[in-house]
Design a protein around this ligand. Structure first.
Ligand code: ATP
Ligand code: MG
Length: 285
């Protein structure tokens, strides 16, 4: 049985000009120990589809699906109380903006310990010990002292490490990482990706890696879903995707990689479709 199974997910937002469909019939599965990358340009519905899984969309969102299960449990039928027991514990998410996701008013130690208190009911000294262990696991030096730091006293890379520590605090079965490296310096990006892959392997987690970067896909994923304008364009294992992309949109994404650049500038997706051909022509369900 797959860890996460989604069939025909549709998310629509109520707007002043009517309903806007941000996710338009996406289906996907993630198995235990598997890394699934969801790739696609800005606005293709990557974050919205995963926020729907987490139940974290605002009330203006209408979420429907033929199926949305985690470990066989129907996520669409959970009560708020049942959802709170699963989300942040068995399914954890690293959000797209690490600094905005940490609370500036509390120390990082407090924020990590709060996860441990809420989900695992740990006592004070046990929490502190586990928080130190977690900061150590994500590569923060002097973890015991750093627990007393506020987010603004840490670098972007360190904040991202803290977010990862919070996400893995309860040993989740599924970790959703939403563009975990985009906000970071290039030199730090590789370290964070390596850390995530190492933790995923050590803990045997399933992982969803959301990115618009084919380089990140190549480094991390077993399987890939390519999304465009809320629809799934293609799904393949990572080798087949790079060697034999089927949809025009995937070909365009690959052609924008630095290795494929000719001349003094990188081609863009718009260059690739200069002839006006329809990108979305080859959507698959
Ligand atoms: N709360 C909301 N209300 C209305 N529209 C929204 C809301 N949240 C997202 N959208 C729209 O849904 C679409 C998909 O957004 P989403 O954030 O999932 O894109 P994304 O693929 O994650 O992009 P990025 O790579 O920039 O993070 C976008 O057009 C976005 O403007
Ligand atoms: Mg996003």
């Amino acid at each position: 049985m797959a860890l996460l199974e989604i069939e025909n997910l549709v998310v629509e937002f109520q707007t002043t000009t009517g309903m806007f469909r941000a996710v338009d019939g996406v289906s996907l599965k993630v198995h235990e120990r598997e890394v699934l990358a969801i790739v696609g340009e800005s606005g293709s519905g990557k974050s919205v589809s995963m926020l729907a899984v987490m139940g974290l969309l605002p009330w203006t969102a209408k979420v429907t699906a033929d199926k949305m299960t985690f470990n066989g449990r129907d996520l669409l039928k959970l009560s708020d109380a049942e959802r709170r027991k699963i989300v942040g514990k068995d399914i954890a998410m690293i959000f797209q903006e690490p600094i905005a996701s940490l609370n500036p008013c509390y120390t990082v130690g407090f924020q990590i310990e709060e996860v441990l208190r809420f989900h695992l009911g740990m006592g004070r000294s046990q929490r502190r010990a586990r928080a130190i262990e977690l900061l150590k696991a994500v590569g923060i030096p002097n973890p015991a002292e750093r627990l007393d730091s506020f987010p603004h006293q840490m670098s972007g890379g360190q904040c991202q490490r803290v977010m990862i520590a919070m996400a893995i605090a309860c040993n989740p079965k599924l970790l959703i990482a939403d563009e975990p490296t985009t906000a970071l310096d290039v030199t730090i990006q590789k370290q964070i990706l390596d850390l995530l892959v190492k933790l995923q392997d050590e803990h045997g987690m399933g992982m969803i890696m959301i990115t618009h970067n084919m380089g990140v896909v190549a480094e991390t994923a077993d399987r890939v879903v390519v999304q465009y304008k809320g629809r799934k364009m293609e799904e393949a294992d990572v080798l087949s995707l790079f060697e034999n992309p089927r949809s025009n949109y995937t070909k365009a994404l690959l052609s924008a990689l630095p290795d494929n650049a000719t001349g003094d500038r990188l081609p863009t997706i718009a260059d690739y479709f200069k002839d006006g051909s329809e990108i979305a022509g080859a959507a698959v369900s």
